[in-house]
Design a protein around this ligand. Structure first.
Ligand SMILES: N[C@@H](CCC[C@H](N)C(=O)O)C(=O)O
Length: 284
């Protein structure tokens, strides 16, 4: 199987051109290639496929083989892949995902894509959309709502805001993201009974009204260096909680994303880089 390893702010995936390759079991392929010791090493697998309704279709799989509905960092890399490999010469493209068709604007310099702006679509706060199910919990939205996890046998209460960006996110505000033991607390949120489909959890420190620090524990992949849908969901949560303006730079472990939550259009725009790490082939 030929592959290209790419990253957006350090969120790395193995990209396969499914115009040329056909994968009978992409879930299993994702598990194999993602392994950082026995595979290529990545946060998952992304297949670039033909689409009947858009210019291209993206299918994404987490490192544990589960399929995700959307990937913000991945979709920017798909744009770079299709443009740089001359599958298109358009600088505005549409990509079909399991959470709808997204429109992407490609910023090209010297013949290759450097950054991409993605219209990520409307965030949803409706608990059934996330999904989040809290017994006797709020009906319309989950904003600044208590959640208790057991850390080293001690019941610890956090406050969360839940946002769907086509995939589920729980946003937790903390004083300092860098001192968190994510390996320990991340799974406690991911597999919390409130989330029937599990959840991506963003830990956010608000620096000022236009900047936040973020670390993320991703459903199916663990801690990653960045999460595009998570950055969008976090800015929506910041605005809902009155903590930031609508234009925010999100500082992630792997780089920065620029997020604009356009409340008039009810959509979120994400701008960030896309980069190639290497190409190769692997026996599957
Ligand atoms: N890294 C991604 C999100 C990938 C999917 C997620 N783990 C899920 O299962 O929903 C991003 O950049 O958005």
């Amino acid at each position: 199987m030929k592959f290209t390893k790419m990253h957006g702010c350090g969120n790395d995936y193995i990209y396969v051109n499914c115009f040329e390759e056909s994968l009978s079991n992409p879930n299993e392929v994702s598990r194999i290639v993602s392994d950082r010791h026995f595979g290529i090493g990545s946060d998952g697998l992304i297949c670039i496929c033909p689409s009947k309704t858009a210019d291209f279709r993206m299918a994404m799989y987490n490192a544990d083989g589960s399929e995700g509905k959307m990937c913000g960092n991945g979709i920017r890399c798909v744009a770079k892949y299709v443009y740089d490999n001359k599958l298109t010469d358009k600088t505005t493209i549409t990509v079909e995902t399991l959470s709808g068709i997204k429109t992407l604007n490609l910023n090209v310099s010297n013949g290759s894509v450097k950054t991409v702006t993605v219209d990520m679509g409307a965030p949803s706060l409706t608990p059934a959309d996330v999904p989040v199910v809290i017994p006797n919990g709020p009906k319309d939205s989950v904003v600044n709502t208590p959640i208790t996890v057991s850390v080293d046998g001690k019941e610890t209460e956090y406050r969360m805001t839940c946002v769907s960006m086509g995939n589920p996110h729980a946003i937790i505000f903390v004083d300092d993201v860098h001192i968190l033991d994510l390996e320990k607390i991340g799974p406690l949120f991911e597999k919390h009974p409130y989330f029937p489909e599990q959840v991506n959890t963003e830990f956010i420190h608000v620096i000022d009204r236009n900047q936040i620090d973020m670390r993320v524990w991703e459903r199916g992949s663990g801690e990653t260096l960045a999460c595009g849908t998570g950055a969008c969901a976090s800015v929506v949560a910041c605005v809902l909680n009155g903590l930031t303006e609508n234009n925010v730079t999100v500082h992630l472990l792997g780089g920065d994303l620029t997020i604009h939550y356009d409340q008039n259009k009810n959509t979120v725009f994400m701008t960030g880089p896309a980069a190639i790490i290497c190409t190769g082939s692997i026996e599957i």
